[in-house]
Write a protein that binds this ligand. Structure first.
Ligand SMILES: N[C@@H](CCC(=O)N[C@@H](CS)C(=O)NCC(=O)O)C(=O)O
Length: 224
């Protein structure tokens, strides 16, 4: 056991931490705790992550929250020079795409997936769904162009930049992506990796076991 604990049910952004852990072949303990008062907002969890959000990791006593800080940390710790770029410029590009994913597409994909797929049909808000698609259109064109002439974001090798962006938009696989075919092919390439498939299997299982009441809570707590 590596001494790494990953907190958070795989349906949440804990999926990102699980993917990187599997990608670099770590031994870890997964604690699939839920959002809300009996999970991430319970006093014993708030003592680990005062945000009351998921995921958080404890790595041999080192505590880290923010899903994409976790992926960058684990990639640098365990795959420096390969999955984590070994040059200053490569590292900066990985940060660029990571921050881009958070700023430009994270919220839109979440809103879309709740109001197109995850909430019970009668409770989906079509206006929110369509607005999310409008917000995503321009950044998706940027991503489409970035992978038009190369297999991955930083060149021809898969890196943590791809993992972060693909993990953030993973729920876009259920969208009609025909307007951005390079993005669609790149996303399929990333999510087809053995580690991604294993992490996605955990996420899909958790999705399927999530009661509608919890999905409503997700929309409410995250203001989506
Ligand atoms: N920026 C944070 C966001 C964390 C976050 O919002 N997590 C959601 C689950 S995906 C959560 O815990 N929501 C429940 C709540 O806010 O109470 C990250 O990337 O880790």
């Amino acid at each position: 056991m590596s001494g790494l604990r990953i907190y958070g049910i795989a349906r949440t952004r804990a999926f990102r931490a699980l993917w990187i852990a599997m990608e670099v072949g770590l031994d870890y303990e997964h604690l699939p705790i839920e959002i809300g008062d009996t999970g991430a907002r319970a006093p014993e969890f708030l003592a680990i992550n005062p945000n009351g959000r998921l995921p958080v990791i404890v790595d041999d006593g080192f505590v880290l929250f923010e899903s994409l800080a976790i992926t960058l940390y684990l990639a640098k710790k365990h795959a420096n020079g390969t999955l984590y770029p070994g040059t200053l410029e490569g590292e900066a590009k990985a940060w660029q795409w990571t921050m881009w994913a958070l700023a430009e597409v994270d919220r839109g994909v979440n809103i879309w997936s709740l109001h197109a797929v995850r909430l019970p049909p009668a409770e989906r808000d079509v206006a929110k769904r369509d607005e999310a698609l409008r917000v995503l259109a321009a950044p998706f064109r940027v991503l489409d162009a970035a992978v038009a002439r190369q297999h991955y974001l930083l060149g021809n090798a898969f890196t943590v930049a791809d993992l972060n962006v693909a993990a953030v938009i993973s729920r876009a696989v259920d969208m009609d992506l025909s307007a951005v075919p390079n993005l669609e092919a790149w996303l399929a390439r990333c999510l087809d990796r053995p580690a991604a498939r294993k992490a996605l299997a955990l996420k899909t299982k958790a999705d399927n076991e999530t009661p509608a009441e919890v999905t409503r809570r997700i929309a409410r707590l995250n203001r989506l």
